[in-house]
Design a protein around this ligand. Structure first.
Ligand code: GLC
Length: 450
């Protein structure tokens, strides 16, 4: 058996062993199975983590667990219109859930953010659910599932939640800090790229999955309209290459009216020094966040990679993102693909923007730590852009130690060389990310799932 096949089969074992059952049916996977570290809530099924695990199951032809998971989360979706700030909004889905056994019976108990550290409600759960639903629909021979009344109502409830007007003048979605994969304070409040790209992906999925009919057509039309605005806005305003950097550097400020060239009034002095010589000539990327007077110039991996796969970006932009990653391979990929964002917040920025969070100290965890699960997105982007050379290089970096280290959750240091101080071993989406990467390399056409 080749080394890769052996690793792959061990990754599958990690995935299988993480399965959670409810009344005998597989309904998801725990986030991690680390016997040595305190579990906190890693013994729960996280919706975002299972979206990755679910894709891995689908690629292995295992559709049942994905169906059960989708159904379970649909049941947990809040369908009541509430006016209380302590209850999840109508249409919202939980960040995680667990099966609690008591007096011989089992109950599924969900967390909508009311128990989570920092008490943040997840914005991304509904987005991941839609993405996985579409992948399920494309893989399983089960068109009835998506067409069922309750599934269609669930999709509409999500759109009601996402598309309602708020106190905001942008097509992007306004979210609190820590409401997605980065679930602690990291200065990612406002309009973070990772969420905007997922939002775009989810709207595309919803538009595709809603069946024809008068009610649904109105929803599809609203989704289509928002998609157009999002694509234009993110594709131009978030995009940064050398030409645009030059423009920003010399930009006009304090412009009033609809024709202002710098409508968000971003001052050139906010361009950080590290960026001035960082962008390669053929490179470019989408900045991490954009709002009034604010451009977060950090590179956020998930949004940048997903933008290419889901056609939010142009092919040229996708190539430029990969060229940027290639040019800064040691920093962004290093010994374990790959950094969640770059660079780290340090010094006073770290104090102010993370609330002096020791778990998110510079070059650790979400503050520019390395997360092996992101291998799935890197793989998808490479396969989509026909840059398999980069994918081979990434697997060559990961394979010598991903299993021997124990399928770790995250890595620390500027080059992802050290196992994260509080990293969990046998992290389910680390194994799933590896499975997806290997599958995409072997069967590039399965990219259509995404
Ligand atoms: C951490 C991650 C979060 C993930 C959870 C479970 O809190 O930041 O994104 O869902 O662990 O793995």
């Amino acid at each position: 058996m080749s080394k890769r096949k052996k690793l792959l089969s061990e990754a599958m074992d990690v995935l299988e062993q993480s399965i959670v059952y409810h009344e005998g049916r597989p309904i998801g996977c725990v986030a991690a199975q680390d016997d040595e570290q305190e579990q906190v809530n890693y013994d729960q099924v996280f919706v975002r983590d299972f979206a990755v695990a679910g894709l891995a199951f689908l690629l292995q032809g295992q559709t049942k667990i994905v169906r059960n998971f989708l159904r379970e989360v649909l049941h947990l979706q809040n369908h009541k219109v509430v006016k209380s700030c302590f209850q999840p909004a109508a249409g919202a889905m939980p960040v995680s859930f667990k099966v609690v056994k008591q007096n011989g019976s089992e109950e599924v108990v969900a967390d909508y953010g009311e128990k989570a550290i920092g008490r943040v409600a997840p914005v991304d759960a509904v987005l991941w659910w839609l993405l996985l639903l579409r992948a399920y629909d494309k893989t399983a021979d089960d068109a009835d599932f998506v067409k069922a009344d309750d599934t269609q109502a669930g999709i509409r409830a999500i759109l009601d939640l996402l598309l309602q007007p708020r106190f905001d003048m942008f097509p992007t979605l306004f979210v609190p800090d820590g409401s997605f994969m980065i679930d602690r304070r990291l200065g990612v409040y406002g309009h973070p790229l990772d969420i905007q790209v997922l939002f775009f992906t989810a709207l595309r999925a919803a538009r595709e999955l809603l069946i024809d009919g008068d009610t649904n057509n109105a929803y599809r039309q609203s989704a289509a309209e928002r998609l157009g605005h999002l694509k234009r806005f993110i594709g131009t305003q978030y995009w940064l290459d050398t030409a645009r950097l030059n423009e920003l550097y010399r930009t006009d400020v304090e412009g009033y009216g609809v024709n202002a060239k710098n409508p968000l009034n971003v001052y050139p002095d906010t361009i950080p020094e590290w960026l001035l010589n960082w962008l390669p000539n053929d490179g470019g990327f989408f900045v991490g966040n954009l709002g009034p007077g604010r451009m977060d110039f950090r590179f956020f991996t998930a949004g940048n990679l997903l933008a290419g796969i889901t056609n939010l970006s142009t092919e040229a932009q996708q190539r430029s993102v990969l060229a940027t990653i290639e040019a800064h391979w040691d920093n962004l990929v290093g010994d374990m693909p790959m950094k969640v964002c770059y660079p780290a917040l340090e010094g006073r920025d770290w104090q102010v923007l993370t609330g002096s969070d020791p778990k998110n100290r510079p070059w650790s965890y979400q503050n520019a730590g390395g997360w092996p699960f992101l291998l799935w997105l890197l793989a998808a982007a490479c396969v989509d852009a026909e840059r398999n050379d980069l994918l081979h290089k990434a697997l060559d970096a990961a394979e010598p130690h991903i299993r021997d280290d124990g399928w770790q959750e995250y890595y620390d240091g500027t080059r992802n060389r050290l196992i994260g101080r509080e990293s969990k071993a046998f992290q389910t989406w680390t194994a799933a990310g590896y499975i997806i990467a290997c599958n995409l390399l072997e069967k590039p056409r399965t990219i259509s799932l995404l």
